[in-house]
Design a protein around this ligand. Sequence first.
Ligand SMILES: [Zn+2]
Length: 129
Amino acid sequence: MRNRIAAAVTAGYPHETCGLLIGRQGVRAVEVLDSLQAANLNQERPGDRYELDPKAMLAADRDARSRGLEIVGVWHSHPDHPAEPSETDREAAWEGWSYLIVSVARDGINAIRSWRLDGGQFYEEDMAL
Ligand SMILES: [Zn+2]
């Protein structure tokens, strides 16, 4: 899964790429079992913004439920920026989901970190991919 996301992010550089994380909310940590890519619909600033295709979100939700799973989060890339959530990310985030951010540069992946919103603030979490 890590490789699949890394490949999508690298191929999409220098634009932001995005997608969904499918799995289960475990007792102690989120369990990510699958991932898929969605189109970035942002055409004005695809280099530093993403807008996840809502059709992909619906399809992913249906697919996840049919397998007894659920959408547990979103992944997206930060081309030439650290794997830390931006203010825009914070405003768009939902509590209860994981936000995996991949920092990518021309020569490859720099870092992959996951974040969770709690009380309006992001906290980093451990995520096994
Ligand atoms: Zn971001």
